[in-house]
Design a protein around this ligand. Structure first.
Ligand code: MN
Length: 251
């Protein structure tokens, strides 16, 4: 099994080292192609206004001067011309990717890029509640989460989003397959300051975000100490609205 590893925290991020350890248990044909720098919040952006560069860091290890989507796309077009990977793993992200984090997340978007190419893909994130907490839950539970996912044929244009709860591996209560929860960032915190030239700047904070802990959601599962597993689809069509909206155009 050929596995491509990527992330949005950059090739040198601690979570990539954790993911490399996990992948080494699954296969001896593991490749890394990840952004050269931190790209959290990059979403599914593709660099079109400038060239990107591919740097080799060792055997089957590469970084790309671009976004997570650039890294995966360049790997497909340049590194895997002969044989595409059988699986793409993205992570382990330093911080959760739950609920409506999905469309902001470079970690998940890298997995989306693989799903668009018809390759099974899993995004993996470690939720943190305090700094220095580490990747204990991810290290202890990744193999148990990945084995059933790898053995399940996924529908086209789908991927799996996995989040590890912010606690030590031995305190994790289990694995829950759950739906996407709800986040609202519009009332989150905002840091305001003045730059050295006297101009105001703004910096988005990640606290005070409104969210629900509805039953059966990824947010609830991780909050309760479970690993959350959420299948996602790239078809964002709201099918129930097609009929009602179409009626408006036929009057
Ligand atoms: Mn990140």
């Amino acid at each position: 099994m050929r596995i491509l590893l990527t992330n949005d925290d950059g090739i040198h991020a601690p979570g990539m080292a954790v993911l490399e350890e996990i992948a080494a248990e699954l296969s001896d044909d593991v490749w890394v192609c990840a952004p050269a720098e931190e790209n959290s919040g990059a979403g599914h952006s593709l660099t079109l206004h400038m060239p990107v560069r591919l740097r080799e860091h060792g055997e089957h290890r590469f970084s790309v001067t671009g976004t997570p989507t650039d890294a995966v796309n360049l790997a497909f077009r340049k590194l895997f011309r002969e044989k595409m990977p059988d699986l793409v793993l993205s992570g382990i992200n330093a911080g959760e990717n739950l609920a409506d984090d999905i469309t902001y997340s470079g970690t998940i978007s890298a997995a989306m890029e693989a799903a668009l190419a018809g390759i099974p893909a899993v995004a993996l994130s470690q939720a943190f509640r305090e700094s220095g907490q580490g990747f204990s839950a991810a290290k202890g539970w990744a193999a148990r989460v990945l084995a059933p996912i790898i053995g399940t044929p996924m529908a086209r244009r789908t991927l799996v989003n996995v989040n590890f709860p912010p606690r030590a591996a031995e305190d994790v209560r289990g694995i829950r397959v759950v739906r996407q929860g709800f986040h609202d960032y519009s009332r989150g915190s905002l840091v305001e300051g003045t730059d050295p030239r006297g101009r105001p700047y703004f910096w988005f904070g990640l606290d005070d975000i409104e969210h629900t802990l509805d039953h059966g959601t990824d947010l609830e599962a991780v909050n309760d100490g479970y690993v959350s597993v959420t299948p996602l689809q790239l078809d964002l069509t709201h099918h129930a609205s097609i009929g009602t909206l179409a009626e408006r155009f036929t009057q």
